[in-house]
Design a protein around this ligand. Structure first.
Ligand code: ADP
Ligand code: MG
Length: 269
């Protein structure tokens, strides 16, 4: 497994415990130093007046303008809207990959705007799982190693991380493929592997940005089925950006982004 050690040493920010890195030395999930653990009925996501724009002066583009968003614990929310409306921008805010220009964001009862940079990095690594349109599995590692990666980055011992990876691979129907490399897998299998990787460290919030956008109908169905099943079995709160209205309709609720310029941030169905 020396390849893994090599990779972690080579990539800045991947070393467990490194300041600003994805790891961190705090041992318990959610110990951002703020939350004591949420009561059962709390909202998982509460964003109020979220605004985000890019660029300066004449070139300024206001993407989100005072968006309110609320997601209950255990809810699977679909986010739909035309290209460029700000779906990915919203997901980046919820995933603490970016900060809003204005507005407040509470996740599981914690005002995440007040977390330090290291606290935000810990939050991302331990409490949030990301799935993107392109799987981004690392080509030089096996599927099992790829899935174990977030736990290894977080400082979990190799044996434990690989055991957790095998459990997730079983859950997504890919255990027999665990020693395969990403280029030996179909598009749907790669994306199911990406789902397994997103969930291996036991996050509470799953953020998926067009997870089936690159797949044919059959593979899109298999990936959505895996997302839905794991959402339920792991008690997740999930926000799924999609252009696929049929899949959006199978989520618990749909948030339709209409764009900052329309004067109406969003509507719900
Ligand atoms: P969607 O995911 O709905 O297609 P995005 O959130 O990716 O939309 O982007 C919304 C708008 O913000 C687009 O016009 C995009 O070009 C712009 N944008 C997104 N990220 C950046 C960035 N980092 N810098 C400048 N403009 C950006
Ligand atoms: Mg997008």
């Amino acid at each position: 497994m020396s390849k893994l050690t090599w990779r972690m040493a080579r990539e800045p920010g991947l070393t467990p415990g490194e300041p600003g890195g994805l790891g961190g030395s705090v041992a318990t999930a959610g110990s951002g130093g703020v939350s004591q653990g949420p009561p059962a009925s709390i909202e998982a996501v509460r964003g109020a007046g979220l605004s985000k724009g890019y660029g300066e002066g004449d070139r300024r583009v206001q993407v989100l303008a005072g968006l309110d968003i609320s997601v209950q614990q255990g809810e699977m929310l679909a986010v739909v809207g035309p290209s460029g409306v700000g779906k990915s921008t919203l997901l980046h805010l919820l995933g603490l990959l970016d900060r809003p220009d204005a507005g407040t964001l509470e996740l599981f009862g914690t005002d995440v705007g007040s977390l330090s940079a290291a606290g935000r990095a810990r939050w991302r690594n331990r409490r949030t799982g990301f799935v993107f349109q392109f799987h981004a599995l690392l080509p030089e590692f096996t599927l099992e190693e790829n899935v174990a990666m977030p736990m290894l980055i977080g400082g979990t011992p190799m044996r434990e991380a690989l055991a957790a990876a095998r459990d997730l691979l079983t859950a997504v129907g890919l255990e027999p493929r665990r020693d395969h490399f990403p280029d030996q897998l179909s598009g749907g299998e790669q994306q199911r592997g990406a789902v397994a990787r997103a969930l291996v460290a036991g996050p509470e919030l799953l953020l998926a940005d067009e997870p089936t956008g690159n797949l044919d109908a059959a593979n899109a169905e298999s990936v959505f089925e895996v997302l839905r099943t794991l959402h339920v079995s792991r008690g997740l709160t999930s926000v799924i950006v999609t252009h696929n209205e049929a899949l959006a309709g199978r989520c618990d609720r749909i948030l339709r982004l209409a764009g900052a310029a329309s004067g109406e941030a969003c509507s719900r169905t």
